[in-house]
Design a protein around this ligand. Structure first.
Ligand code: NAP
Length: 263
């Protein structure tokens, strides 16, 4: 598989890269992977070394995905190096907390540009390559895209649009043999959320509200990502798969005064 993964750091992106490398090794194949980052960092070197140790051919291109040229640059670099692309994972994302009444236009724009526009531009640039390979596109959205997530500024609207853009591409490109899906992770322990989980009380409180009894790990998302990119998902397109331990579905269980069966 020839794949580009954005935001390929220690969090969900890094776990996806490692899962794809492990699967390729298991299948006796060589993964060719562009593990891209915002900038050249020690994190990036660490993931490159780990992936190479698993037998993958790795490049680590970097670009600012808030720049409209960033996504195209990454796709072109990867496609040129590998002679095409079989998959693109739009994983990079950010949150700038804020209230709707106070939010600055530049914060709205930055979040929308990285979380939504960059995903579309990655897909747009990769389209000819994915058409040639009958490949797959995957966006890492969020459960925050399923409904309003107060105090998180443009994050929730950006992820709702990310899910919709992915479904748009899925419908327009299905006849070309390209599959496009998104994953909506729930609460996942990553560098993105490290502050929250460094507080034990808060971490336990979060575990308690998840029906499966724990907050998620990057590997919980990576396993579903690997499935969606694989031939096992050959008949799956236009879907948003919620991977949250049941949290988003649990809302009706919290209604006070639920009727109980009369004896
Ligand atoms: P993470 O480790 O912080 O990953 C986010 C990545 O995006 C980082 O590598 C970051 O680079 C990169 N990025 C941010 N702005 C960028 C820009 N302008 N250009 C290029 N790259 C940029 O966090 P994560 O939790 O694994 O997040 C991965 C994805 O999952 C995100 O889209 C996030 O919204 C989504 N998600 C996470 C959770 C969760 O609970 N963790 C839940 C739902 C959805 P730097 O490190 O250099 O800033």
């Amino acid at each position: 598989m020839r794949v580009l993964v954005t935001g390929a750091s220690a969090g969900i992106g890094g776990a996806i890269c490692k899962r794809l490398a492990r699967n390729a090794k298991r299948d006796g194949k060589t993964l060719q992977i562009a593990a891209s980052e915002y900038a050249q960092t020690p994190d990036n070197d660490a993931i490159r070394i780990e992936l190479e140790d698993m037998g993958a051919k790795v490049i680590t291109p970097y670009a600012d995905l808030s720049d409209p040229n960033g996504p195209t640059l990454l796709v072109e670099t990867a496609a040129e190096e590998f002679g095409g692309l079989d998959a693109v994972v739009s994983n990079a994302g950010l949150v700038i907390p804020g209230l709707m009444k106070d939010l600055k236009v530049e914060d709205w724009d930055l979040v929308m540009n990285v979380n939504t526009r960059a995903g579309w531009l990655l897909g747009k640039a990769a389209y000819p390559h994915l058409k040639a390979s009958k490949g797959a596109y995957l966006a890492i959205a969020s459960m925050s895209g399923l409904g309003p997530h107060p105090d998180l500024g443009a994050y929730s609207p950006s992820k709702a649009a990310c899910i919709n853009v992915t479904a748009m591409m899925a419908m327009e490109w299905a006849s070309d043999g390209i599959r496009c899906n998104s994953i909506a992770p729930g609460m996942i322990r990553t560098p993105f959320t490290a502050n929250v989980y460094s507080n034990n009380e808060l971490a336990n409180a979060r575990n308690d509200v998840v029906p499966l009894g724990r907050v998620g790990l990057p590997e919980d998302i990576a396993d579903v990502a690997a499935f969606l990119l694989s031939d096992d998902a050959r008949y799956v397109t236009g879907q948003n798969i919620v991977v949250d331990g049941g949290f988003a579905s649990s809302i009706l269980g919290h209604i006070p005064g639920r009727p109980s069966k009369k004896e």
